[in-house]
Design a protein around this ligand. Structure first.
Ligand SMILES: Cc1ncc(C[n+]2csc(CCOP(=O)(O)OP(=O)(O)O)c2C)c(N)n1
Ligand SMILES: [Mg+2]
Length: 584
């Protein structure tokens, strides 16, 4: 299908000629300075939805060769920028217009804030010449964005545009990474200045390395603790992957024979079946360990605020943020810095120092945990293999795990069905697990899928959605198709916001518990067909695997996204949902 716009001949306008002239005259506009600063940071892609306030940034990006990915909702632009940062290890960038462009992006920026993703959100604003006069789409963006960013500021002069972009980027990488917000008024972006008066920090010279190994004395102390431990355990959180400290992290487990647990973006640092990979025995290990090291994840609700870890042990916390170490729970040793640098230094300090008796003790400890993993796994098998006519969500999760290829990036976006999937899905490689993180935002999936496809066109991308989550951002599946980064969408459809529904029924009874949480019975497979891709409804558990396979083949062949809509039993819930652990 070609559109009316594609059929129109391209023509240069009088304005083009004007722009060309000004470029030749040694002048540069604010929008072009934004693009220069982004280029200097190594940014190759921005995620955006257009608006009159920001178009000069696009013009600059065209000159600098920066790819412009335009989406249909700014929430998706922000999630995609976050996802692109997670997938590339570099800064993610989203650009939105003033007013509603900014407010629509808030959820994505806030998600990056709680997930500690380095990202820059550039937002438009009415011209300074109409400051406080009630211009179109005017809002106090900087005030709005401050509590959900590490840095939020407005640019006040065209000369400083590139400098302020670099400043915002530096702040995004300060300590534990996070989002920065920069508001640029329209007349500051559009104004052209003598290029010699512009402040443009040079590539590689406006921020330092983030690989600090902390205090060498503490490295020695931690090495001693680990060398002498008999039942050590390490939990790697999302920072280990974010900061790309995973090689050192894995090497330490192997060198010292320590069981590793992984959460959030660190899932997949070791493949399932690796002798140092553990995922069903965390509470058991934490209850019996003599040394526990928590790396790159805070003591927040996911960790029971640290209360679930016993007191009769040495607890060590390593984090990129000083403010996180020792928060909510006392620790015995805290180190602040880059996880890879610290873990690498610890491995070196401990090298060759484990006594044989200690080595044997921890091998017995690993065997004990491996056996316990097997028992826990066997307990789940009947659910994973359920043949219930009304499809069991555990069966779906299990089938998805079986279906994953070595290079599939798995994204979870939804409530209960996705919580359940965490018990079954084991990504095969680092970086191949994406979830919203501590903000728990529904709707991340589509932006993450686009980002993963753009960052790694050679990989397969699969997003497992709840039906509630899918309907929030699914229209940007068209964006994925338009930019030729199709993905497989699987919807676990229980026609409800089930994770919330469970708690409502438990608290208010069945009469009053089904209020505000029921969704219609929607055949989402036809949604993919409408966008030109493959869609299928699955109501028989035996059809899950073949349907997934058909989706894979279709995505490969047609380069259009597919939706497999699986109708699941709405009366099955995840254990955490039933215990309401997310609120405890
Ligand atoms: C943006 C957003 N709105 C609301 C919530 C609260 N919430 C958490 S789980 C959930 C239900 C999600 O339903 P669905 O995606 O269909 O998954 P299900 O629980 O039904 O498996 C809701 C509404 C949230 N986490 N994020
Ligand atoms: Mg649902």
């Amino acid at each position: 299908m070609s559109s009316a716009i594609e059929q129109r001949p391209s023509s240069s306008t009088a304005d083009d000629t004007l722009k060309q002239k000004s470029r030749d005259a040694g002048v540069i506009s604010g929008g072009h300075l934004v693009a220069k600063a982004l280029k200097n940071e190594g940014v190759d892609t921005i995620f955006t939805l257009c608006g009159g306030h920001i178009i000069d940034i696009y013009d600059g990006c065209v000159d600098e060769g920066i790819r412009i990915i335009d989406v249909r909702h700014e929430q998706v632009a922000a999630h995609a920028a976050d996802g692109y940062a997670r997938q590339t290890g570099k800064l993610g960038v989203c650009v939105t217009t003033a007013g509603p462009g900014c407010t629509n992006a808030v959820t994505g920026v806030a998600t990056a804030f709680r997930s500690e993703t380095a990202m820059l959100h550039i937002g438009g604003q009415g011209g300074m010449s109409q400051h406080m006069m009630g211009s179109l789409q005017d809002l106090p963006h900087v005030d709005m964005m401050r509590p959900i960013t590490k840095f939020a500021a407005g640019v006040r002069s065209t000369e400083r545009v590139a400098d302020m972009v670099s400043m915002a980027i530096r702040e995004a990488f300060n300590g534990a990474p996070g989002p920065s917000y920069l508001e640029i008024p329209r007349d500051i972006l559009d104004r052209e200045i003598d290029i010699k008066t512009a402040v443009v920090p040079a590539p590689g010279r406006y921020r330092s390395s983030t690989r600090s190994a902390g205090d060498p004395h503490d490295i020695e102390t931690l090495a001693d603790l680990l060398v002498n431990a008999e039942r050590p355990a390490i939990l790697y959180g999302q920072q280990v992957w974010t900061a790309r400290g995973h090689e050192e992290a894995v090497a330490l487990l192997r060198a010292l024979d320590i069981p590793g647990y992984f959460n959030g973006a660190s899932r997949g640092l070791l493949p399932p079946g690796d002798p140092h990979h553990f995922d069903r025995t965390r509470s058991q290990a934490f209850a019996k360990a003599d040394v526990i090291v928590i790396v790159g994840t805070p003591f927040d609700f996911r960790m029971g605020y640290g209360k679930r870890i016993g007191r009769n042990l040495k607890l060590v916390q390593i984090d990129m943020s000083y403010a996180t170490v020792g928060k909510n729970r006392d620790i015995d040793l805290g180190l602040v810095g880059h996880p890879g640098a610290i873990l690498g230094a610890v491995a070196q300090a401990a090298s060759g120092r484990i006594r044989n008796d200690k080595r044997q003790a921890r091998q017995a400890w690993m065997r004990e945990l491996t056996d316990a993993e097997r028992v826990a796994d066997e307990k789940l098998q009947p659910l994973f293999r359920s043949n219930n006519a009304l499809i069991h969500p555990y069966r779906v999760a299990h089938e998805i795990n079986e279906f994953l290829a070595d290079d599939t990036v798995y994204i979870g976006d939804g409530g209960d069905v996705v919580t359940i999937s965490a018990q079954a899905v084991r990504p095969r490689r680092p970086g191949q697990w994406m979830d919203p993180g501590a903000l728990g935002s529904l709707g991340v999936g589509t932006g993450f899928a686009i980002a993963a496809g753009l960052a790694h066109p050679e990989k397969e991308v699969l997003c497992y959605y709840g039906d509630g989550a899918f309907s929030m951002t699914a229209f940007d599946m068209e964006t994925a198709n338009r930019f030729k980064v199709p993905y497989i969408a699987v919807v676990g459809n229980n026609s409800a916001m089930n994770q919330i529904r469970y708690g409502q029924i438990a608290k208010y009874g069945p009469e009053r518990g089904n209020v505000g949480n029921l969704l219609g019975n929607v055949p989402y497979g036809t949604f993919a067909q409408m966008l030109g891709g493959y869609g299928e409804e699955v109501r028989d558990p035996a059809q899950i695997a073949p349907a997934l396979q058909r989706a894979r083949e279709s995505v490969r062949k047609t380069r259009m996204s597919a939706v497999i809509n699986i109708w699941v039993d709405p009366s099955v819930y995840a254990p955490g949902t039933m215990a309401q652990t997310m609120y405890k």
